[in-house]
Design a binder for this molecule. Structure first.
Ligand code: ADP
Ligand code: MG
Length: 259
């Protein structure tokens, strides 16, 4: 679509190859290999601490691997010079990560202003995006604390989409929302992904969400990918007893039960 920066044909857009990552005495990732093709929506699922956010931070170049390789569109991700690379990725961090001292509008437009976009171009893009994410116009002038949780996530998504990235990385975007807001935003997010046709890698700990969004899911435990497949594949043919337990644990007595 957009000249030099559009993704190459063939080959995965995102790639982790035998990646290891340690933080002092925590072995956060162990020999993780994953590939996400252009246009796919992939979901990383797993318990808290299983390494999901670390995978996203490696892809965007906030961390470098201790062993193995991380590639974006065929090129190794260089943490020292990640700025051009980061512009091709929209990142919604866990808890949204909006700057509290900036209005919603200023959060969304920060990078574009930094890059010297014309005000009229910025306005046009903000208009398109607020329509896309269905944010009421008066919400743009408010500070994050003055927005509802769902509105904050819509603003975070606008900020992530501002530069029209090839890839969206979303870290538990529905994590902190009440059930009704969560259901609404889930449907809207899915429509947005479909209409934009972007490559999406989403993190969640919720099996239902993983199945709702993911073309495929990768279940992580203790820094390893335990199984990758469609959710029905994981349900019907769990690779290990852990996979079975993880899925069964979320079909508790309140969710209507046995299958
Ligand atoms: P998840 O997103 O699945 O909850 P993370 O990727 O955030 O898990 O973390 C994986 C493991 O690495 C956890 O044990 C976490 O405490 C540890 N960890 C993550 N980031 C750091 C860090 N910057 N310093 C030390 N430990 C970290
Ligand atoms: Mg996390």
């Amino acid at each position: 679509m957009s000249g030099d920066d559009s993704p190459r044909a063939g080959g995965p857009l995102l790639e982790l190859d035998g990646v290891d990552k340690r933080f002092e005495d925590t072995h956060a990732l162990r020999d993780v290999s994953l590939e996400v093709a252009a246009g796919e929506t992939a979901v990383l699922i797993g318990s808290s601490g299983s390494g999901k956010s670390t995978v996203l931070r490696l892809i965007i170049g906030l961390l470098s691997p201790d062993a193995g390789r991380v590639r974006f569109d065929g090129a190794a991700v260089d943490c020292g010079d990640a700025a051009p690379h980061r512009r091709r990725i929209g990142y919604v961090i866990q808890e949204g990560g909006l700057f509290a001292h900036l209005s919603a509008r200023d959060n969304v437009t920060l990078l574009a202003r930094h890059l010297g976009w014309e005000p009229s171009r910025i306005e046009q893009r903000v208009g398109e995006l607020s329509q896309l994410v269905q944010l009421p116009a008066d919400a743009l002038a408010r500070f994050p604390v003055q927005l509802s949780g769902g509105q904050r996530q819509r603003v975070s998504l606008m900020r992530a989409l501002m530069m029209d990235p090839d890839v969206l990385l979303l870290d538990e975007p529905l994590g902190a929302l009440d059930p009704i807001t969560r259901a609404e935003l889930s449907r809207d997010l899915k429509d947005i992904f479909r209409s934009l046709g972007k490559t999406v890698l989403m993190v969640t700990h919720d099996v239902g969400e993983a199945g709702f969004f993911g073309d495929w899911v990768a279940l992580m435990s203790e820094g390893q990918v335990v199984q990758r497949g469609t959710l029905p594949e994981l349900v019907e043919r769990p690779a290990t007893p852990f996979v079975e337990r993880f899925i069964a644990a979320q079909r508790g007595p309140l969710s209507g039960g046995a299958a």
